[in-house]
Design a protein around this ligand. Structure first.
Ligand code: IMO
Ligand code: MG
Length: 426
């Protein structure tokens, strides 16, 4: 059984926790898109780990983690992540981590360009500033540098020279920013290449070989459906396909070998960065809720915008990803609320809109239509079986299941591994 775990909101749904939980049952976990814009939090025995490039299964040392060709890798950040784990006495062995030689490298000029472009934009995206957009743009422009290039001094030299010729003109003429010196980047990145070389291989070959040997593979999505470059709230999106479709080009595994998709949602909605968000809370309520849910970005520390559950949005995402099972995370954050709202449709210019409008302007002006439910007075925090949930919490979950027409397989009631409810298939 090979399956994908994807976020079906705006990222930060709790994919890290679910993947750590599920990876116990699989042999290999694969990241297939995004870069260190992701921040996946895993809590084990009161200890918190945040992964940006390493797959969230890395704490299971008997399992293999793969960074596929669709990921963009900032080698400095990756090496730092591996070193940080080592300081916590977890060493990432070369048989435990495999990195695609075809993955593109985030270069220092990508990070700077990310910030400079943002500063000039009238409609700011609110990127993570990690150079993700400019790196993917170079990939598509066919001038990107790949991991394998860092391992060949001659090839790297010529590609870097080509890039700097163009980038330095842009820095100078468009942004009046100091130019980059070839020497600074060249030697440092060759060194990064040397450090990471033992992990680098043809991961497409490896994965298909393992699948032929009946090993099970979990594909770990980063970001979420509405940050997808094609299906998200463009232009307020990231630069990769964070939906299930990204798996094939991002890993080299064919769609015929993928058995199912599990979607991850929060019991409410959050978004970091700019862009439309119909169910966003009013400012007054936002601050208290954010503190309760600890809704601050795992990557940038930015305050996340919070709002009610939007079933219009999620229903569309379930369709795009062909989801057969849903995980609801952070249900406990709703503990103690008197009333809880679910958005069931939008109103736009007097019309009822039932399907997610891809027209950004409609989404921006759409007013959510809510269904209100009673909150629950007993805590759901730490509850381990569906049976033990407070009645009203069960009703909330069942209502979401009804509205979304998908089976709920997991409910998270806290950040720890065992604060998870598994619902057996009927
Ligand atoms: P995980 O994997 C939430 C958002 C940024 C910004 C937009 C574009 O933890 O769910 P980028 O740096 O990618 O060009 O920024 O996408 N964003 C995320 N929001 N969770 C993430 O990852 C995100 N990765 C990018 O805030 O709005
Ligand atoms: Mg995150």
């Amino acid at each position: 059984m090979n399956f994908v775990v994807v976020g079906v909101q705006w990222g930060d749904e709790g994919k890290g926790k679910l993947i750590d939980f599920l990876s116990d049952k699989v042999d290999i976990t694969v990241r297939y898109q995004g870069g260190n814009n992701a921040g996946h939090t895993v809590v084990v025995n009161e200890e918190e780990y945040i992964f940006h490039l390493l797959p969230s299964a890395i704490l299971h040392q008997q399992k293999v983690c793969v960074i596929g060709n669709g990921v963009v890798i900032d080698p400095r950040a990756l090496i730092q992540e591996i070193r940080d784990l080592k300081k916590r006495r977890i060493s990432v062995k070369t048989n435990q981590l495999k990195i695609s030689g075809n993955a593109h490298v985030v270069m220092p000029y990508h990070r700077i360009l990310d910030g400079l472009r943002e500063s000039k934009r009238y409609n700011k995206i609110g990127t993570t500033g990690r150079g993700i957009g400019p790196c993917y743009a170079d990939k598509i422009n066919r001038c990107g540098i790949r991991m394998i290039d860092l391992m060949n001094a001659r090839v790297f030299q010529s590609k870097l020279e080509d890039n700097l010729r163009e980038k330095n003109e842009i820095f100078k003429k468009v942004f009046r920013h100091p130019e980059y010196s070839f020497e600074d980047i060249y030697h440092e990145y060759l060194r990064f290449g040397k450090i990471l070389k033992p992990y680098v291989c043809d991961t497409a070959l490896y994965l298909n070989d393992m699948i032929d040997q009946k090993k099970t593979v979990l594909f770990e999505g980063a970001q979420g459906t509405f940050l997808d470059i094609d299906f998200g709230t463009y232009p307020f999106v990231t630069s990769s396909n964070s939906t299930v479709g990204g798996v094939c080009p991002g890993s080299g595994v064919a769609p015929t070998k993928i058995d199912k998709a599990i979607a991850v949602v929060k019991a409410y909605t959050t978004r970091v960065g700019e862009g439309p968000f119909p169910t966003e809370f009013p400012a007054k309520f936002m601050d208290t809720f954010r503190l309760k849910g600890k809704e601050f970005g795992a990557t940038t520390g930015r305050a996340r915008r919070c709002g009610w559950f939007d079933s219009v949005l999620v229903r569309y995402a379930l369709m795009i990803n062909g989801v057969s099972e849903l995980a609801i995370m952070k249900l406990d954050v709703l503990d103690g609320m008197k009333k809880i709202k679910i958005c069931t449709s939008y109103k736009y210019r007097g019309r009822v809109v039932k399907d997610f409008p891809s027209d950004f302007d409609v989404l921006r002006r759409a007013k959510p239509v809510y269904e209100e439910m009673d909150g629950w007075d007993a805590p759901s925090k730490g509850v381990k079986t569906f049976h033990d949930l407070p009645l009203k919490a069960k009703m909330y979950v069942r209502r979401l299941e009804d509205l979304l027409k998908v089976r709920i397989g997991y409910i998270s009631t806290g950040s720890k591994r065992d604060e998870t409810i598994v619902l057996p298939e009927a």
